[in-house]
Design a binder for this molecule. Structure first.
Ligand code: MSP
Length: 683
């Protein structure tokens, strides 16, 4: 087996880690632990993407130097990954000299291959993606679909990479490496993209300084993706000549198997640009790019930009690291999107962990071994095996094989499915063999066999759960009288030979491994995380700055007839008196509707793109869908509150409020008479 090298994307440090980015890191940790358990030399890399315009601007907002800013942000990432049980071997930061030197070396190699030239760039750029965009990538009003923010126009002198030259070479590479991108559907998307034709790629910028200077032309800094992608080899000491960088020689293809785990949003960079840079430099591309889906809240990608993210800390505090890891790996099929739900987490916990593994462990160890077998693992009696024993052993062998196959196929959710099939079979076995009856009848030989079979099954389960739940697995082993898992290179630790549990080991039953969450605790957890009885996924972590109410109807921005019906005696009455100064704080403006569309899954909201004279369109979500069709609005001059604090609605940012009059008949927009310029003040 080749040495295994698994990487996460390196995260932007513009904000703190959340469980969306944690999901990527946990998945990589699970894959690396699995490889280690199988005895493979394994290396797990994660790190931070610290250059680029996005970071430079964020540092400026904070009023500090970009280097001071990135230094401050690095530790929270390290801490978060360790708190999530992720044991990386290396943590790379793109501001480190070891990285910068190697990126410059890659640049030189690509330049020497004749693939870099100086030209003029003019097109759109999304700072959120740190990506170049053409009009067809954008929503009306030049909005980036992912970040829901206007893109910027760039016109500057730039070095270009001859990406167009690599179209055929990439297609050939894809053909000869049929598993280069997984899942296959994503690979098909990549192939079509490349077949459509590739434009040369701008790979340097002159309009800001926060980046790695281009060798021999320090007017330019490198495009942040050229810089960032190189982390995967710079962390190994490459590019370097054979013998110069041992880790690079060992882990990068052709000697090693290098797997990049990435979110589907950044697949193009990894499956098109990265192999093209490497092919140009005469370096073999990675073995595989595995594109996972998004962790969503209410169907919308959890992200820093959209503000609907969950921090790991309160979840770890409430459920523990291993349970959170288990839930993410069990519930979300890698490759697909998955909604995060506290309710489902509790259901999975009680179903699989408390009623499954926890129940099996406590009924066998606490009730039988401790009380009737002197607290020690009994001797098995292979000579008198019965059909039900053989059947359980066969299930164990089949499930272990399936779980291994699924882990090899990077499908941890399916592997867990197989492991929990074994747990269910073992609980059924204990029901069927009724060891408590054997205690009463005094059939000690049979009792020992039944208990041994159940305990050995638990040993198998603990080993197979280790990549996902390392601490719980070790605690389970401790209760069986075993040492913690110690993966060893060259030694396959996956269970395959029945009977490895030594008779006579002293078991321990100090504390329940997965105590059941009862109804009262469940209610308290719901309260803590803001779950309402009818909402499937409402989550409001108390320490998260963003509060997300899934499935709760978004509050309409403009008051509607229903929620603003005049109360008895209120009709026609003025509200409390305010001073002129108070009124002057409200920035009322004329806005021209450029585009309008309904918001998926909302019967109240319309998404408006407005010209408010700011040079780029502004997005407002208004609760007027029941009264207006989108096409009725385009071209209208309406009045908005322009300085209302931006808020998230249905996963989109709304920047302002539309004014409308409401009475029992419904709601009517306030329209500015005549032709006022967009952005004119009202008042
Ligand atoms: N810096 C670039 C990556 C450079 S790699 C050479 C970047 N950083 S990021 O911080 O914006 O996001 C990195 C990755 O975080 C995503 O591609 C994805 O893997 C992960 N995720 C971010 N939000 C996520 C979810 N809501 N769900 C799952 N993964 C998420 O892009």
């Amino acid at each position: 087996m080749k040495p295994f090298y698994v990487t996460t994307p390196i995260y932007y440090v513009n904000d703190h880690p959340h469980i969306g980015t944690g999901y990527s890191t946990i998945a990589a940790d699970v894959l690396s632990r699995y490889a280690r358990l199988r005895g493979r030399p394994t290396r797990f890399l994660t790190g931070l993407d610290e250059h680029g315009l996005k970071i430079e601007r964020r540092a400026r907002e904070e009023g500090i130097d970009p280097k001071a800013f990135v230094d401050r942000m690095a530790q929270p990432f390290r801490d978060a990954w360790l708190a999530l049980g992720c044991h990386y071997d290396d943590f790379i930061r793109t501001t480190e000299p070891r990285h910068q030197q190697r990126v410059k070396e890659l640049w030189k190699r690509v330049k020497d291959a004749g693939d870099i030239y100086l030209g003029d760039y003019e097109d759109w750029y999304c700072v959120g993606c740190e990506g170049f965009k053409t009009e067809k990538d954008l929503l009306p009003g030049n909005i980036c679909p992912q970040h829901q923010k206007p893109v910027e126009r760039i016109k500057e002198v730039s070095y270009f990479f001859r990406l167009s030259k690599y179209q055929d070479a990439l297609l050939k590479f894809y053909e000869t490496h049929p598993n280069f991108v997984q899942p296959q559907t994503r690979f098909n998307e990549v192939k079509s993209l490349v077949k459509e034709g590739l434009r040369d790629l701008s790979i340097s910028r002159t309009s800001f300084r926060w980046g790695i200077p281009v060798p021999d032309d320090s007017e330019h800094v490198m495009y942040v993706w050229f810089d960032a992608l190189t982390n995967y080899i710079s962390a190994l000491g490459g590019p370097a000549a054979p013998g110069q960088a041992p880790l690079y020689d060992q882990y990068w293809p052709p000697s090693g198997e290098a797997v990049h785990l990435v979110g589907k949003d950044i697949l193009r960079f990894h499956a098109v640009y990265w192999p093209a840079f490497l092919l140009s430099a005469g370096i073999e591309p990675p073995s595989q790019v595995w594109a996972h889906g998004w962790l969503t809240v209410n169907g919308v990608k959890m992200s820093k930009t959209l503000g609907n993210f969950l921090r790991p800390e309160p979840l770890i505090e409430a459920f523990g690291t291993d349970v959170l890891r288990f839930y993410l790996m069990r519930e979300v099929a890698l490759g697909q999107d998955g909604d995060f739900s506290i309710k489902n987490l509790i259901a999975r916990y009680n179903g699989d962990l408390a009623n499954g593994v926890g129940n099996l462990l406590s009924r066998v160890i606490v009730s039988l071994v401790k009380k009737n077998l002197g607290g020690r693992v009994p001797s098995p009696h292979p000579e008198s095996l019965k059909d039900e024993d053989r059947a359980l052993i066969a299930v164990a062998e089949r499930c272990a094989q399936t779980a291994a196959e699924q882990m090899n196929a990077v499908a941890p959710h399916r592997a867990l499915e197989a492991i929990f099939e074994l747990v269910a079979a073992a609980n059924k076995y204990v029901d069927q063999t009724a060891p408590w009856v054997l205690v009463k009848s005094g059939d000690i030989t049979r009792l020992e066999q039944v208990v041994y079979t159940a305990l050995e099954t638990l040993r198998w389960v603990a080993l197979m759960l280790w990549p996902v739940m390392p601490s719980k697995s070790d605690q389970l082993r401790q209760q069986l009288g075993l040492e913690a898992v110690m993966p060893t290179v060259g030694v396959d630790g996956w269970p395959s030979a029945w009977g490895g549990l030594g008779a006579g080991l002293e078991t321990q039953s100090n504390q329940p491994l997965f105590p059941r969450i009862d109804k009262d605790q469940e209610r308290r957890l719901w309260e803590r995380f803001g779950v309402t009885a009818d909402a499937a996924t409402t989550i409001v972590p108390d320490s998260s700055p963003a509060k997300v109410k899934a499935h709760a109807p978004a509050a309409p921005i403009a008051p509607t007839a229903e929620n603003k019906k005049p109360q008895a005696g209120e009709a026609g009455q003025a509200k409390g008196i305010i001073t002129f100064d108070e009124f002057a704080k409200v920035d009322l403006r004329v806005a021209k509707v450029l585009a309008a569309e309904s918001v998926p899954k909302s019967d109240k909201l319309l998404r408006l793109e407005l010209d408010v004279g700011e040079g780029h369109p502004r997005q407002i979500l208004a609760g007027i869908a029941k009264q207006y069709r989108p096409e009725q609005l385009v071209g209208k001059q309406i009045v908005i509150v322009a300085n209302l604090k931006p808020r998230q609605m249905m996963g989109r940012e709304s920047r302002g409020m539309v004014l409308a009059a409401s009475d029992a008949q419904g709601l009517k927009l306030i329209i500015a008479d005549g032709e006022s310029s967009p952005g004119s003040t009202v008042g």
